[in-house]
Every structure is written in structure tokens, then in C-alpha cells.
Ligand binder design. Structure first.
Ligand SMILES: Nc1ncnc2c1ncn2[C@@H]1O[C@H](COP(=O)(O)OP(=O)(O)O)[C@@H](O)[C@H]1O
Ligand SMILES: N[C@@H](CCOP(=O)(O)O)C(=O)O
Length: 325
């Protein structure tokens, strides 16, 4: 166990990218920070900063605490009590991978605190199992666009570097939609035609990203596997999916399980303001208040810093200047 503090900055993620259900993910330039150290007095303290983590427990049921204990157990090191400090710009339960970023941040921080006994691949396996699907955790852990497959036992992935002109505009509704609820909206069985449509779209989308062919994105980003069933949960979503590409987007999708809507945009586009207004107005017409954010693909996964014991710079001082809010 190292005698000091570790600080991890983890990116948010968008999962599915339309047709790649539970498979495609992209890291986003929106972050959560987790600081961790072993306490000597046997007390566990969880400090939450900012308004973004309202409602998150500060006792031992906290996800970050539980995941950290799993790392110590897996590594076979003495399980310490912890001081954990957290701040996040990633809105909770909006389809931007807050739970995945918490899991990845906890895995990376606890592993670093234990002296890095677990490999990055081991952390990916644990994260996929904990989250139940590898798309968000893969993106948060490796950065960029991540194509992943998980068979329930093992996860594999390939990372693709995003095209330099790819920009992201998200419209984040003010209401929350848990992944669990949005997964319950999905059918047990699918039409063969729809399955073939998604295999084709997802394959083409991956090839478009890998070859940097931005023109193919609008054709390839279409989905018949989950979005049609989730659309009733997000008023205005169907209209946005139908029209965003004619309003200046390269492609459009529900971000993860929603309710956030995500558009990919060519950063050189002259139609950015038009697209942003279209997203906000459409949601508003359906009675939904929303906030837009211009983001970029995050190229890197977690950024780790270690501090010697005894240097007690306040947590918010350490991350000041980086936070979005
Ligand atoms: N920093 C965090 N610490 C503890 N739990 C968290 C944290 N971030 C997210 N969570 C948990 O994850 C839940 C949201 O997960 P989910 O429904 O999958 O939505 P999303 O991952 O899209 O934000 C939160 O309600 C909370 O229980
Ligand atoms: N593939 C999952 C992704 C859930 O992402 P989240 O950001 O909403 O947690 C799904 O579509 O259910």
C-alpha cells in the first residue's frame, strides 16, 4: 500500500453510438475526479464536492468504496479504510456513463494505492463485469472510440483514434432515466430484418470511424435494436433522430440508455448554432428542459497523479481550473 494520496481524472462516455448496442463507446471531454488514500485511524470518510453528486451515499454502500475494496481483495493486499474525495462534471443517470466513470476511477485509484498489482486488462475485465456491459467502461478506461465485445466471461476491445474533426454536441434533458429502466423497455426478441440492419450499420460505422470517412456516419449511425423502444421514454427523441442530420449533424443517437441525445458534428461546420437551436427547441416543444454541451472525444483514459503523504492540499484546490462548472 502506498503511503500517500492518488488522484484520478476519468472521462465520461457515450455508449452504443446508435447501432452498436453494448459494443461501441466513445470517451468524452467531460470528467470526474476521485482522490483516495488509506486512513490510519481505521475510519472511512467519503467527501462529495459540488452539486453534481447529490444523492450519492457517503457510507460504505458507496460504489467507489465498494469497488476499491474489490481491488484490494483481488490483489490480496490488506484491506484499508479510506478517505475518498469526489467531484464530477458528469451528470448522473443521463446516459453519459457516470456509473462507468465511477467504477473505472475507483479501480484505477485503488490499484494505484495498492502499488499497481492488477494489469489494465484485469481492470477492464472487472469493470465490464461490474457494469454489466463493456461499452462505457472500455471508453472511460482506454479513451477514444472503443469497440468491445463481452461474452459474460471475457471482454476484448480495439481502440480507434477519433477523426481530428469530430466534435460532439449533447442535449442533456433535466430529467433522469436510469439505465436499468431503459433496459427494461427493450423487447426479449427481435425481428431478423432488424438484427441484420444493425449488424450492417454497426459494422459500417466502425469501418467509417477507422477509415476516417465522416460522410458515411449519417447512413451508418441508424439503429433498429434499442432506440425505437426507448423513444417513448424521451419526448422529442424520434423527431431529433429523424431530422438532426438535415440540421447539420454528421450523425445522431441516443447517448447510452438516454435521456441525453448526442450528435456528431464536423468541427468546421457552419451550422453548429442551427443544430444546437434545433435540439433545444425540439425538446422544449415536447415540454423538456435541456442543457447543451459542446464536447470533444477524449483521447485518453484515466489520468493518474500521486502525491506524497503529508502534503495536504485541499481536494478542490488540486482540481481547480480543470472543472467545467
Ligand atoms: N461518483 C459516483 N459515486 C457513486 N455512485 C455513482 C457515482 N456516479 C454514478 N454513480 C451511480 O450510478 C448511477 C447512475 O448510473 P446509470 O443509471 O447507469 O446512469 P449513467 O451511467 O448513464 O449516468 C447513479 O444513480 C449512482 O447510483
Ligand atoms: N449499452 C448500454 C449503455 C448504457 O449507458 P449509460 O451511460 O446510460 O449507463 C445500454 O444502452 O443500456
Amino acid at each position: 500500500m502506498i503511503n500517500g494520496q492518488v488522484l484520478v481524472r476519468v472521462p465520461a462516455s457515450t455508449a452504443n453510438l446508435g447501432p452498436g448496442f453494448d459494443t461501441l463507446g466513445m470517451a468524452l471531454s467531460l470528467y470526474a475526479w476521485i482522490e483516495m488514500e488509506a486512513t490510519k485511524d481505521g475510519e472511512t470518510v467519503i467527501e462529495l464536492y459540488g452539486d453534481g453528486l447529490n444523492g450519492i451515499p457517503t457510507n460504505k454502500t458507496n460504489l467507489i468504496y465498494k469497488v476499491a475494496q474489490m481491488v484490494f481483495e483481488e490483489a490480496g493486499v490488506n484491506i484499508p479504510e479510506l478517505r475518498i474525495a469526489m467531484y464530477s462534471d458528469i451528470p448522473l443517470t443521463r446516459g453519459l456513463g457516470s456509473s462507468a466513470s465511477a467504477i473505472v476511477g475507483a479501480l484505477v485509484a485503488a490499484n494505484a494505492l495498492a502499488g499497481s498489482p492488477l494489469s489494465e486488462d484485469k481492470l477492464f475485465q472487472m469493470a465490464s463485469e461490474l457494469e454489466g456491459h463493456p461499452d462505457n467502461v472500455g471508453a472511460s478506461l482506454f479513451g477514444g472510440i472503443v469497440v468491445s465485445a463481452w461474452d459474460g466471461t471475457r471482454a476484448e476491445k480495439v481502440r480507434i483514434a477519433p477523426h481530428e474533426n469530430l466534435e460532439v454536441l449533447v442535449a442533456i434533458p433535466s430529467f433522469q432515466l436510469s439505465t436499468e429502466k431503459a433496459r427494461h423497455a427493450l423487447p426479449d426478441k427481435l425481428d431478423m430484418k432488424d438484427a441484420v440492419f444493425n449488424v450492417a450499420s454497426s459494422s459500417l460505422l466502425v469501418a467509417a470511424f477507422a477509415s476516417g470517412n465522416l460522410e458515411l456516419i449519417s447512413f451508418a449511425m441508424r439503429d433498429k435494436l434499442h432506440q425505437p423502444y426507448r423513444a417513448p421514454l424521451v419526448p422529442g427523441m424520434s423527431e431529433i433522430l429523424e431530422q438532426a442530420t438535415s440540421r447539420g449533424a454528421l450523425g445522431v443517437a441516443l447517448s447510452g440508455a438516454g435521456p441525453t441525445l448526442l450528435t456528431l458534428v464536423d468541427r468546421r461546420s457552419a451550422r453548429k448554432a442551427e443544430l444546437e437551436a434545433f435540439l433545444l427547441n425540439t425538446l422544449k416543444q415536447h415540454g423538456i428542459e435541456a442543457q447543451t454541451m459542446w464536447l470533444a472525444p477524449a483521447l485518453d483514459g484515466p489520468e493518474l497523479t500521486t502525491f506524497e503523504a503529508g502534503k495536504t492540499v485541499p481536494f478542490m484546490e488540486r482540481i481547480k481550473g480543470e472543472v467545467k462548472a
